[in-house]
Design a binder for this molecule. Structure first.
Ligand SMILES: [Zn+2]
Length: 153
């Protein structure tokens, strides 16, 4: 896995870091062609979320505290093609195994118990995954936090 991905994993909630490392390792094994997975976004602070919320044109409906990213239980992925080009193409089969590389990622995330934003009914968020059981920000927001500002679960 690349250094960026490693760094993003280290910012996730402590309870999912090992699991996320295993997910990415498994994806690295599954994608044998031109594409490699990268975590493009992991933890987002409340302030970063507010800045995103205030962007024009609108990119999110979530204010600080209203995104699962704010608690370190969500990641967004991107495929890096030939080590240099970012791709959000969900259909391409970069390793020629008859399954799109994006779908290979989705299947592995699902196996570990992560929701996929591509399954959302209203606003589909194809790069997004969050941990099952931690996908309701109202519940997460109500929890106490440790000294590093992660919720205590
Ligand atoms: Zn996301």
């Amino acid at each position: 896995m690349d250094a960026i991905t490693e760094k993003r994993i280290s910012g996730l909630h402590p309870s999912v870091r090992v699991e996320m490392t295993n997910i990415i390792k498994e994806i690295d094994k599954a994608l044998t062609g031109r594409a490699k997975v990268r975590i493009s976004e992991g933890l987002r602070t409340f302030a970063e979320q507010d800045a995103l919320y205030n962007k024009k044109p609108k990119v999110t409906n979530a204010k600080g505290g209203q995104s699962i990213h704010n608690y370190g239980f969500a990641v967004d992925i991107v495929l890096i093609i030939d080590g240099k080009t970012a791709s959000w193409d969900t259909k391409s089969d970069w390793d020629g195994d008859k399954v799109s590389d994006w779908d290979e990622c989705v299947k592995i995330f699902a196996k570990y118990g992560w929701n996929w934003g591509g399954n959302w009914a209203t606003f589909k968020d194809m790069p997004h995954f969050d941990k099952i059981g931690f996908s309701n920000w109202r519940i997460l927001q109500a929890k106490k936090r440790d000294k590093d500002n992660y919720i205590i679960i």
